[in-house]
Ligand binder design. Structure first.
Ligand SMILES: [Zn+2]
Length: 339
């Protein structure tokens, strides 16, 4: 099989590997589509100083071409989501059978080999079969929907509760849509009007520009109470202490994302208002719920209009983000097709 690797900033190459099933609980999967997301793009540019070589490809789907005799949930031709967060199998939690709560999970394309490859041999436990009603283009977002569900779990939402979501990129947008599905009221905030327009097209009612009137606008929406909770999404371009001005006293602030830039925050306001600060990242407990949410069409993807390219154009696709990287702008997702 062919696997792509990044050797150093802006050097993408590939290598050949054997690809045989070695245990009865493994399956061989033809990777059909993957997302080009911040993980691959930042590794390509060396933004977060990764340890090279990086084998990229965090979010991917494929089709099983061969299944070991011991596989129970997949067989030849089963379409699958390849898990992006995998248990380390060696920490105390993994050893005691709680691999989904692994203390130091392996992240595809980040600290373990990713899915930018033509075939992958994986344990059946690292594959989620896909229902026919979930197209590949939506299934690529299972890891993202899953982290959103983990955030919603932390927020302990009740019907009608206002939640400020800071950052309207794909993660903030999908989180807001799911908050609506769970009967909360998201207020999505960004400094980029285009992203807010996409959010409105996805059915998110309260979208606010991060400007001088923001606090007054939140106050008006919440009847003067501010948001019960706020979620700050990584690389949103707004400071990590930004949620302190959107959250009501005794509220909760969740920091989430798939990677985090170096950052500092002035905590005085958070302390004075008795805010609870917490984080969500790399969660593998919600894949099944995420698939169920996609079956129920809880997320509208059409307004995103993701670009798609063949894998042969991977390098030029990565190079097309040069300006966005230089200007620290958002990195819109692209779909890479491997067939
Ligand atoms: Zn572990």
């Amino acid at each position: 099989m062919k696997i792509w690797k990044i050797l150093s900033p802006k050097v993408l190459t590939s290598e050949e590997r054997p690809d045989n099933i070695t245990t009865t609980t493994q399956a061989k999967v033809k990777v059909t589509k993957m997302l080009l997301s911040g993980a691959e793009i930042r590794a390509f540019y060396g933004t977060l100083k990764p340890k090279y070589p990086v084998y990229p490809g965090r979010f991917a789907v494929g089709v099983v071409t061969e299944a070991g005799e011991g596989c129970l949930t997949v067989e030849k031709n089963t379409r699958v989501y390849l898990h992006d967060v995998l248990p380390c199998n060696s920490c105390e939690r993994c050893v005691s059978g709680k691999g989904d709560l692994c203390a130091s999970p392996k992240i595809a394309g980040v600290n373990t080999e990713g899915y930018m490859r033509d075939f992958v041999v994986a344990e059946e436990a690292a594959l989620s079969p896909l229902p026919p009603s979930v197209p590949d283009e939506e299934a690529l977002f299972i890891g993202i929907v899953s982290i959103c569900e983990a955030v919603i779990d932390k927020l302990h939402i009740a019907k009608g509760m206002h939640i400020a979501v800071i950052g309207a990129s794909e993660l903030g947008n999908i989180l807001s849509q799911l908050l609506i599905y769970h009967q909360a009221v998201p207020i999505l905030i960004d400094s980029d009007e285009e992203k807010l327009k996409t959010a409105a097209a996805c059915g998110i009612y309260y979208t606010l520009k991060a400007d001088a009137d923001l606090k007054d606008n939140i106050s008006r929406i919440t009847g003067g109470r501010l948001a019960s909770g706020s979620v700050h999404t990584a690389f949103c371009g707004l400071a990590p202490d930004f949620p302190f001005q959107t959250t009501a006293p005794d509220g909760i602030v969740v920091y989430t994302g798939f990677a985090f830039p170096d950052s500092t925050a002035q905590l005085k306001t958070a302390m004075e208002n008795r805010l609870t600060l917490t984080t969500v990242t790399n969660d593998s407990t919600y894949y099944a719920s995420a698939i169920n949410l996609l079956v129920n069409k809880a997320v509208h993807f059409a307004p995103f209009r993701f670009a798609s390219s063949p894998i042969a154009d991977a390098e030029s696709s990565l190079l097309s983000y040069q300006k966005s990287i230089e200007n620290c702008e958002a990195l819109p997702y692209k779909i890479l097709t491997l067939v």
